[in-house]
Design a binder for this molecule. Sequence first.
Ligand SMILES: Nc1nc2c(ncn2[C@@H]2O[C@H](COP(=O)(O)OP(=O)(O)OP(=O)(O)O)[C@@H](O)[C@H]2O)c(=O)[nH]1
Ligand SMILES: [Mg+2]
Length: 437
Amino acid sequence: MNDILVGGEQAVSAILVGLITRGIDEHECEISMDELERLLDTAGGTVYARMVQAKDSPDVRTCIGSGKVEELASLCKDGGVSLVVFDCDLSPAQIKNLEKALDADGNIRVLDRSMLILDIFALHATSAEGKLQVELAQLKYTIPRLFGRGTEMSRLGGGIGTRGPGESKLESDKRHIKRRIAALEEDIRALEAVRATQRKQREKSGLSKVAVAGYTNAGKSTLLNALTGAGILAEDKLFATLDPTTRKFVLPDTTEILLTDTVGFIRNLPHHLISAFRSTLEEVLYADVILVVLDYSDPECDAQLAVTTQLISELGAGEKPIVYALNKCDRIPHGTMCPRDVDRNRAVEISALTGEGLDALVSVLSEVIREGKRDTWFRFSHADQGRASQLYKNASVLRAEYLEDGVYLLATVDKKTMGMLADYITEAPELLDEELV
Ligand SMILES: Nc1nc2c(ncn2[C@@H]2O[C@H](COP(=O)(O)OP(=O)(O)OP(=O)(O)O)[C@@H](O)[C@H]2O)c(=O)[nH]1
Ligand SMILES: [Mg+2]
């Protein structure tokens, strides 16, 4: 098969290699390989062939066995393929050994799943923080796996696996890399402080925060766009969104909330990637409610839910209330089985694309947000009218009574607003007691 042309650029053809081993059965391997194929496509590559080996444990030197390496070498030769992508993580030594074994002249590049994901992150990062996070992760993970290659290697295979801020560092020595890592970590800490300040400001606003989370390509950005007109790039690519975007949204009862789009999850997301993107992923941790978007039309919906739930709990947000958007329902017949582990009372079939079910979703979301709230009376003296307007802004005011000693407002407030205006909380005004019972 020859390389094909996409958008004027040559799409690099590659061979994908997977391992059926302890804890990974044939079906899981297949699904994971399909995903690797989509990752490769997103990175601008195309699949020449797939190869899978069943093996008790990965070979320490070459991951797959020596017979398979030979088979792979001749497959590469036959197809003129210069890129091989393994579905599992490889050590720098395994990569070096494989590259040497596949072609003595060093014309074949070997990547692993993490390197490919990082490559896509490098292509899609737009914010300063996102770019720094990618560069740091590449310096720690990708670069040690590229050591010892000539610079001409970066041109092989269309550069897949070597793109991004780390690219120019390919030739650099280890000392330089250490310095760069330290500098990046400092820059990231500074940006994290900015993010923390922004978060505090949002906190002060007292608005409830909803994080839109879920598997990559589930339709998170499409949903946020449909609800708020945010104009976020949504496309049929994996990891289209890397940087969190927050938009205001007004619930039917006029309460304002904040919706944040987040980076997608994927199975086998390596821990080093989670830690590199921790501050971005942590948006989920600071939310009051998590809106999990699932691609309901995907036969692997249950597995995607499992990955999502696990990552949410690994991030420390497992106890938060969750609302489920069963998205892409336009693609499947109505009444399709709801994923097993979803709370049916908090799950709504929607199509972010056609708008179907969005009203129902918003109403479930409103209910869940309300659950964290209480109806409370506040009294603001005439001198404190400024604070009263804060209550109007952050809560839905159910009634107002203008009495001699000030205005009494009954409002549905969340804990934060309650804390913010704690000094003004009061009993129900006496005159109204009878009426209110
Ligand atoms: N048929 C259908 N397609 C949808 C729906 N919602 C989203 N899509 C498509 O699914 C693809 C992915 O949508 P995105 O909104 O980019 O998904 P995402 O979850 O933000 O993905 P990442 O940011 O890459 O993690 C796009 O091609 C959307 O047009 C839907 O309800 N129905
Ligand atoms: Mg997105």
